[in-house]
Design a protein around this ligand. Structure first.
Ligand code: HEM
Length: 400
């Protein structure tokens, strides 16, 4: 039997139930052994390693050193061309950024960006494989196996070899600096006890989780911002100079367009949901984040509308439940969406603005706008708002 959790107040307690196991990622070769597919102690252990990457030092190094280089690489050709297609640009920029955080050594070329994107695109079929019919399912499994092999030979092996050598050198000389990335964390925790194929899956999943979610968020947020600016032209200048405002626009867009609209779980034993619904062992529970994020009892009568200034009940975030909760809560939330600017700013250090903020600020600075004659086209076949094409232009630098 299948149950549905739709009310905002029920989502977090449902995601925290320890007897509900991840059920969205049940392909036979890729996701079940990565952090998002594991359960119980095995999950706790791998999550501890994944989380160990996200220190304050990591955010600073990423924001100040890794990020500007990777962004410039992808932005420069689009600026030179006077614009592009956001449905492609978003993936290019975010695959590069997350590949760096994952620990892939890249040459920075456009051809290589396309190649990584092609591989991750094929791996992106894994989450929906459970719902496929048998014929196409076999083909999809074969495609995922092929993509993992390509990822291993073309990116993983040389990136891991360089890190292994550095880790060995650091044992003899503590002054050796190690890269701050996921692959280094994984090798330090597991090298020798886990085979390379598992580390390949873990690293590839990290890119999938970080790049595709953010690419979806970037497209939707740019669409919301440009649409808003049509009716509020004065907002453009303010978005460039008021970080708190830009952050609100991003979070409100994340609420309306969650990258993972549904979290699916399976009951490990007979149990009750937080609203006392009875659940039998093996039942499926779909926790509908997209519906909960538009719950009018929490977000008000205009919950369906984009309104970055909305009043929120205490302890409710503007991005709603878009980053999940409980044992599988998103570890990349701060990297993607930052810390509240006001809090970060009073912390005596630098603010973690988040990747989306930094990319969107750069695009606004270049004067991004809708293409004057080519409207975006939207894929209406999915509940997730997905752009077939999203032509944009740069109107020239805006003064911040
Ligand atoms: C807009 C951006 C993002 C959104 C909306 C998002 C959303 C989510 C959600 C809803 C989950 C929980 C899935 C579930 O409960 O089944 C999740 C898990 C996860 N996310 Fe994100 N994510 C984003 C960005 C990122 C980034 C940038 C990274 C890393 C670079 C990342 C890494 C992960 C990982 C590793 C997990 C699995 C955690 C676990 O299973 O313990 N995410 N994300």
């Amino acid at each position: 039997m299948q149950h549905h959790v739709n009310a905002f107040a029920q989502v977090e307690p449902a995601l925290r139930l320890p007897d509900l196991k991840q059920a969205l990622y049940d392909d036979p070769i890729f996701l079940p052994t990565t952090v998002v597919g594991l359960h119980g102690d095995e999950h706790k252990e791998k999550r501890r390693v994944v989380q160990s990457l996200f220190t304050r030092e990591f955010f600073r190094q990423y924001q100040n050193r890794v990020f500007p280089k990777a962004l410039a690489e992808t932005l420069a050709p689009a600026v030179a061309a006077g614009g592009g297609d956001m449905s492609k640009f978003a993936y290019r920029v975010l695959v590069n950024l997350v590949a760096d955080a994952a620990g892939l050594d890249r040459d920075g070329s456009e051809a290589q960006t396309d190649h990584i994107q092609m591989i991750i695109g094929k791996l992106g079929k894994a989450p929906t494989i459970g719902q496929m019919l048998s014929g196409s399912r076999d083909a999809a499994v074969a495609e995922i196996a092929e993509a993992l092999e390509l990822f291993k030979t073309d990116y993983y092996l040389h990136s891991a070899a360089r890190r292994r050598e550095l880790i060995a050198r650091k044992r003899a000389d503590p002054s050796v600096e190690l890269p701050r990335d996921m692959l280094t964390c994984m090798l330090q925790a597991y090298d020798g006890s886990v085979d390379d194929d598992q580390l390949v899956r873990d690293t590839a999943f990290f890119i999938l989780a970080g790049a595709f979610t953010q690419a979806n968020a970037l497209q939707n947020t740019i669409w919301e911002i440009l649409t808003w600016c049509r009716s509020h032209p004065e907002a453009r200048a303010e978005l460039l100079t008021n970080p708190e405002l830009l952050q609100k626009f991003i979070w409100e867009s994340l609420r309306l367009h969650p990258a993972s609209p549904v979290a699916r779980r399976k009951a490990l034993c007979p149990m009750h949901l937080p609203d006392q619904t009875e659940v039998a062992e093996g039942d499926i529970v779909d926790i509908n984040i997209a519906t909960a994020n538009r719950d009018p009892s929490v977000f008000g009568p205009d919950a369906e509308a984009f309104n970055p200034d909305r009043e929120l009940p205490r302890r409710v975030q503007l991005y709603g439940m878009s980053f999940g909760a409980g044992m599988h809560a998103c570890v990349g939330r701060i990297l993607a969406a930052g810390m509240p600017v006001a809090i970060g700013a009073t912390d005596g250090g630098e603010t973690e603005y988040g990747t989306l903020y930094l990319v969107i600020h750069a695009l606004l600075t270049e004067g991004i706008d809708f293409h004057p004659t080519q409207a975006p086209t939207i894929d209406e076949s999915t509940t997730r708002k997905h752009f077939h094409s999203f032509p944009f232009i740069f109107r020239g630098k805006e003064i911040a």
